[in-house]
Design a protein around this ligand. Sequence first.
Ligand code: MN
Ligand code: MN
Length: 467
Amino acid sequence: MRKKSNQIIFEKKFAFDIWDKKTISQAFRFAEEYKKFLTQNKTERKVVEWVEKEALKRNYKKIDTFKKSNFKIGGNRKFYSINRNKSIILGNLGKKDILNGLKLILAHIDSPRLDLKLQPLYEKEHLAFLKTHYYGGIKKYHWPAIPLAIYGVIVRQNGKIINIEIGDKENEPVLMITDLLPHLSGKQLEKALYNAIEAEELNLLIGSIGVRKGKEKIKNNILQILNRKYKITEEDLISADLEVVPAGPCRDLGIDSSFIAGYGQDDRICAFCAINALFEATGSDQTRVVALVDREETGSEGATGATSNFIIDFIGELLYFQRRKYNENYLRDALSLSKAISGDVTCGFDPDYQSVFDPENTARLGAGVVIEKYTGRGGKFYTSEATAEYVSYIRNIFNKAKVNWQTGGLGKVDIGGGGTIAMFLARHNMDIIDCGPALLSMHAPFEISHKADLYSTFKAYLAFFNY
Ligand code: MN
Ligand code: MN
């Protein structure tokens, strides 16, 4: 992308201004696949299912069903492991000794949303509702008056898992949270945006037809419908992961269709690019791993989040497969020599809200994948930071592979901030840097990405794996 010249100014290059026609059409084709993926996979469980299906097509073997004693050393082999149906990790075992370190790309597959409470169902004034508890950093006022869908599982006492998907197929009803009519909103409109809509007002309207006799007629009727359809009782709703997400497909955005609007792009855009990069990476020497984790939006705690040992344990398995023996010292050596990308989105410069951005240090949509040396807030709190040496290593790879890249950050210092999972892997003493596309309207029900940035992110991850 950058000319061999004596130019000493570093400036953003807008991909569609400089790419040839062929590359641009490749980027648009890649976006079509991504849009399908995003439309079909609105929860971490759905992403895990999708990735497993794609992995099996490519002969990946599930580690927990693998007989270690039959394992033969030599050659390039592919493995994956699933953690509680909510996170998945894949590895291509290379010929080179893992003790020299691996290449890892991590991304998260959970997104801000509304979860159902444990006892969600109630009726009031001849209407039935489901109570929700928001997950992650949402702006609560975004969620009323838009069509919503429910995805997830209800697990019966006997362990049987019932899959629930309501609201995205054309013949299915959608669900909705009500909002007040403007005519009576005088008081509401004077409130701060933060509490204009209260968390306890985020209730889904789900019914109004009652059974003929007894108490709580509407609630009872809803339970009977659920019982007929799924053979579940009200108590079964207690053992459930049910997530409320925007209904409807991911779409092109803009008269020139240069953008993508869709739910959950933070951070499934990086998950999609990382998986595709792993599948397309060439050469069998180095060991490559992609980990797609849950719970990032609430701080990464939990068995399926980035602070859990499952990522490191998986690397331990690969080490065992390659060397036929395992010891902690080998594992620690391998981790300390590993190189990682924390694939996550960052904010794009929005001309309507200029005051919060440092213009020189904010990414622009369309100018390629973003390298972030650190994230966090205030005086670099709550973040790791890539060393100068590692940033040099990364930009060298991207420049050699002609990847369109830029730098970015999360707004002006002291305005706000946010973290990623980079610091949780940095704890294992590896080099790691944040790298992913910029979004507009991040964490909104529909987030906006740019097709050139999507493709640049894929190319960047591919270069990282191939180099
Ligand atoms: Mn994210
Ligand atoms: Mn996020």
